[in-house]
Write a protein that binds this ligand. Structure first.
Ligand SMILES: Nc1ncnc2c1ncn2[C@@H]1O[C@H](COP(=O)(O)OP(=O)(O)OP(=O)(O)O)[C@@H](O)[C@H]1O
Length: 551
């Protein structure tokens, strides 16, 4: 029995041979890799039990060691949870013959799951004992040594190790779609899962898109393909003539990946729910017209046809930025959308220029009001629709996994802290600043660069956020926070990243003095602390949104 009354089992975990057996009877890649990972984790967990057992029994904890051990526990839990999820995702109906027969795969999977469960129950027990003192020590250390600012470390005081591979390719935008499948979300861990299923994710990403030809018929022949209008990681979007309504619609043909189909069903379900709550079309969300399965078993979603995404529109106008009156109209619609979603308890989680589409992108070229000698397109109409609800999350389903597309992620998400609908508000701030300057404010390739750039552009990150992330073990890899609440970087950015920081200007210097009300809106949307960030509802009352702007 531990001093705090909660029992602690200090027996070491034993490898009863079931993992070895699992590794022998199947060649299934997910079972193999999880089995191997479990073997390694058993050693780590035993080491933790031996190290922490005496502290727990005596009730005597040493600050730094307890904080570190707590982080290791969270990391191991994360690893075990990822493994469980990977095993959970195995589709026993589509196995390659070389992986072994269905029964062997099923048996092997069962063995690995059994080990993972035993391990997780020990880790949970360790967590129960270590987390409270770790949190207490973290806050004590924090309050003893206050007041050191973060500025400076990013460029000067780095403990430089050669830059490791960036999280994404330069300039690439990527959204990590989290599980929406309700049953699977149950019992998910409290930690970020950045490395979750990376092999599988890569495999899914590499799965080819649906092959189409002009004139081919989809579904039972109702939809005739005219052209491709876009594609993302999950599907390809085709403009099709609907023979029944004689309208041209957009059909998103989802890749033939089991998990993506589930996301698509969840997206459709959610859009129907939004439509039910939104007879007056105040949500500015794309209208779902139908859902069907094509003969090739591809899942298809039918939407109203839209024109161009804001990112495509920007690209077509050479990234010069939009007229302020168009930005105002887009801000108003997007805020109304976010307010609507928030009232439904929904967070979109992937608000970005690619996911906001103009219904009609026609307009006329006019002299650019902010860039001498250049032109920009003044929109005839600036009606917007928000698309891609595949990653949207209801309040009760919020999870701690990474959400959204890197460049639009809020500070709380980058730090792995709990988030809510204000994370969408942050992303909208990024969109509006992009529309104004023509440049994305955070063109970062990894979380290190992101944290550094955040402080450059919007100011210091609140120390309490940094400390919570540190105590909870959710800081991005290679970042630490010392007792004074100062962030430390343990990996270099590379030349590109350093250049990015050097040229980054604070928000206030990016907006012209005559556009003060726009700056105030941006400052309110891009407040680093979600508590200080305005809600969409309150942002709708901001002067920039309510006033009639001219430029
Ligand atoms: N209703 C629509 N009308 C016209 N084009 C559309 C429509 N919906 C989507 N598109 C185009 O297809 C692209 C991909 O669509 P969508 O974002 O829904 O796919 P995805 O695979 O979920 O993308 P992501 O990788 O961003 O999650 C959009 O960026 C847009 O250019």
């Amino acid at each position: 029995m531990a001093r705090n009354g909660k029992s602690f089992d200090d027996r070491l975990l034993e490898d009863d041979g079931s993992l070895d057996l699992a590794l022998m009877v199947t060649e299934h890649p997910a079972v193999k890799s999880c089995g191997q990972a479990m073997l390694e984790t058993i050693r780590e967990v035993n080491d933790l039990i031996q190290r922490c057992g005496p502290w727990i029994k005596s009730g005597e904890f040493q600050a730094e060691a307890t904080i570190e051990a707590n982080k290791s526990v969270l990391k191991a839990l994360n690893k075990a949870q990822n493994g469980m999820q990977k095993l959970d995702d195995i589709d026993l109906d589509s196995l390659k013959p070389e992986w072994g027969d269905r029964d062997s795969v099923r048996m092997a999977r069962k063995s690995v799951i059994g080990c993972a469960q035993a391990m997780m129950s020990r880790l949970e027990s360790l967590k129960q004992h270590l987390a409270p003192p770790a949190a207490k020590f973290a806050s004590q250390l924090g309050s003893q040594r206050q007041d050191t600012t973060f500025y400076g470390w990013a460029l000067d005081g780095m403990e430089v190790a050669e830059a490791a591979a960036a999280d994404v390719k330069p300039g690439e935008e990527r959204s990590e779609r989290c599980e929406r499948s309700r049953s699977r979300d149950k019992g998910k861990g409290e930690q970020r899962t950045d490395s979750e299923n990376s092999e599988e994710r890569k495999m899914n990403r590499d799965t080819p898109h649906f092959q189409w030809t002009k004139g081919m018929k989809l579904g039972t022949g109702r939809y005739v393909v005219k052209r491709k209008v876009g594609e993302g990681s999950f599907g390809r979007v085709l403009a099709c003539l609907d023979e029944s309504s004689k309208q041209t619609v957009a059909v998103k043909v989802v890749k033939g990946v089991h998990r993506y189909k589930e996301h698509a069903h969840a997206e459709a379900e959610l859009l129907r729910e939004i439509l039910r709550c939104d007879p007056g079309r105040q949500s500015f969300s794309v209208k779902l017209l139908g859902e069907f399965t094509h003969a090739t078993a591809h899942c298809c979603l039918v939407f109203e046809l839209l024109d161009l995404s804001l990112s495509d529109f920007m690209r077509d106008t050479d990234d010069r930025g939009l007229m302020l009156r168009d930005i105002r109209s887009i801000a108003l619609q997007m805020l109304q959308c976010l307010h609507f979603l928030s009232a439904m308890g929904l967070t979109h989680t992937d608000i970005k220029c690619r996911n906001a589409m103009l219904k009609d992108a026609r307009g006329e070229m006019v002299p650019h009001p902010r860039k001498e000698g250049q032109e920009t397109k003044k929109l005839r109409r600036s009606d917007i629709r928000v698309i891609d609800f595949g990653g949207a999350v209801m309040k009760k389903e919020r999870h701690s996994k990474r959400i959204g597309t890197r460049q639009y992620r809020s500070p709380e998400v980058v730090l792995g802290l709990p988030w809510d609908e204000k994370t969408d508000v942050w992303s909208l701030g990024c969109i509006l600043l992009t529309l104004y300057t023509g440049q994305r404010p955070f063109p970062v390739q990894n979380s290190l660069q992101h944290l550094a750039l955040l402080e450059r552009v919007v100011g210091e990150l609140p120390k309490d956020m940094l400390r919570s992330a540190s105590a909870g073990g959710s800081l991005p890899e290679d970042v630490s926070v010392d007792g004074r609440g100062t962030m430390r970087l343990h990996r270099a950015f590379g030349d590109e990243g350093k250049e990015l920081l050097k040229i980054a200007r604070p928000l206030q210097q990016r907006v012209l003095p005559q556009h003060g009300s726009f700056l105030r809106l941006l400052e309110a949307l891009l407040a680093p602390s979600p508590e200080r960030r305005l809600s969409a509802e309150d942002a709708l009352k901001e002067h920039f949104v309510t006033a009639q702007q001219t430029e």
